[in-house]
Write a protein that binds this ligand. Structure first.
Ligand code: GLY
Length: 387
């Protein structure tokens, strides 16, 4: 078994969460390695990239809202620094979002959301159907009303991942192209990992940032293993040919017969349509039913969509957690930290996650903003689970 020089920090998982953790930590002067067979190749390749703290507000997620808003607030400066450092654009658009209602039930649902947003101190504006169509002329004539949220923006997750890889490389992060097979534990401390090629990589601290795979790493004690599960999302990509542009000028979304659908228009003409939400374990099959439902619902919202070329269909796995919020920071196993369980908000939470993990790794303290998201909130639940 070969031995290699030890980094201060080993990040297991090179999705956008692992990459931002590595970049921010390397900026603080620590030596960082990332283990992943294909950095940036996971959920970032599927996600639409909505930064939807306000339009994706749900009852019971007030604490998560605080973290989401904090990360949204950090986004512009984060993007400016990342683009400057990496020399790459990440497709950040402060174009706003319009959530619309197609029937009386949708309208009642949106009214509830509007009231919840208002009670939470958030800014959104109720529009009539006519006002919605004035903003977005491609909307179906039957739209009954909507919520205009100028503060919910978007970024292109594929470009974000590419920029983070470039920024990591510039900051001296070492990439180990393979899975971490097993966590190394020496005494009562995490001390590194065994990599896919059999190499043992020792590290002062280990961050498990494996997205939906985070709950599967061998060698992690049962009571420390994160309670993260895969939640499948199917997503379509279309293009808007020049004569149709601009097809939509902002993200448009709705709940159609209980299913969420959103259309995210990029500046380069890509139109992302998402997403299903399916509890099917590790299955990432794109199904006829999934594509049909997305196109059916998107067509009800924006009938002209059927004219556009469909260029890609793909499924990815969101890392779901029991309370839909991420697990950030120290575990009960010294030397092992988590940055996982971001569920529907991984892209939105990228800036704050990088800052929080870099703080924790360099100071030994979890910053206040992340305290409610400590993995330790699940420890007692885990210990009660049958073996
Ligand atoms: N945040 C969008 C999704 O998870 O589908």
């Amino acid at each position: 078994m070969s031995r290699t020089p030890s980094p201060d920090v080993l990040v297991i998982g090179g999705g956008i969460i692992g990459l931002v953790t590595a970049w921010r930590t390397a900026q603080r002067g620590l030596r960082v390695a990332v283990a992943d067979p294909e950095p940036g190749g996971g959920a970032a390749q599927v996600a639409a990239g909505m930064l939807a703290a306000v339009t994706e507000l749900h009852y019971g997620e007030q604490t998560l809202l605080g973290l989401n808003l904090e990360s949204a607030h950090r986004y512009p400066a984060f993007v400016a620094e990342l683009e400057e450092t990496s020399g790459r654009r990440v497709g950040y658009r402060s174009c706003g979002t319009l959530a619309v209602a197609l029937d009386a039930d949708d309208r009642a649902h949106l009214r509830e959301l509007h009231a919840l947003q208002h009670r939470s101190g958030l800014t959104s504006e109720w529009l009539t159907g006519r006002e919605c169509r004035r903003l977005e002329p491609m909307l179906a004539p039957g739209v009954r009303g909507g919520l205009r949220v100028d503060g919910d923006h978007q970024v292109d997750p594929r470009r974000l991942a590419a920029a983070l890889i470039a920024a990591c490389e510039r900051a001296g992060v070492e990439f180990r192209r393979g899975w971490a097979e097993r966590l190394l534990v020496t005494g009562d401390r995490a001390t590194g990992a065994v990599l896919a090629d059999g190499a043992e990589l020792s590290a002062g601290q280990v961050v498990l940032a494996g997205g939906s795979m985070s709950g599967r790493l061998e060698g992690v004690p049962q009571d420390v293993l994160p309670p993260v599960r895969p939640v499948k999302g199917q997503v379509l990509r279309l293009t808007v040919p020049r004569p149709y542009a601009p097809f939509l000028s902002r993200t448009v979304r709705a709940v159609v017969r209980g299913s969420e659908v959103y259309l995210v228009p990029r500046e380069d003409g890509e139109l992302v349509v998402g997403a299903t939400s399916e509890e099917l374990g590790w299955d990432t099959t794109v199904t006829a039913g999934g594509v049909y439902e997305l196109l059916r619902d998107a067509h009800e919202l924006v009938p002209g969509i059927t004219e556009l070329p469909l260029v890609e269909t793909r499924a990815g796995l969101r890392p779901g957690s029991p309370d839909n919020a991420p697990l950030l920071g120290f575990t009960e196993l010294p030397g092992l930290l988590l940055a996982t369980g971001h569920y529907r908000n991984g892209v939105l939470l990228t800036p704050v996650t990088g800052d929080v993990l870099a703080d924790a790794l360099t100071t030994g303290e979890l910053p206040d903003v992340a305290r409610p998201f400590s993995p330790r909130r699940f420890s007692s639940v885990l210990q009660e689970q049958p073996a």
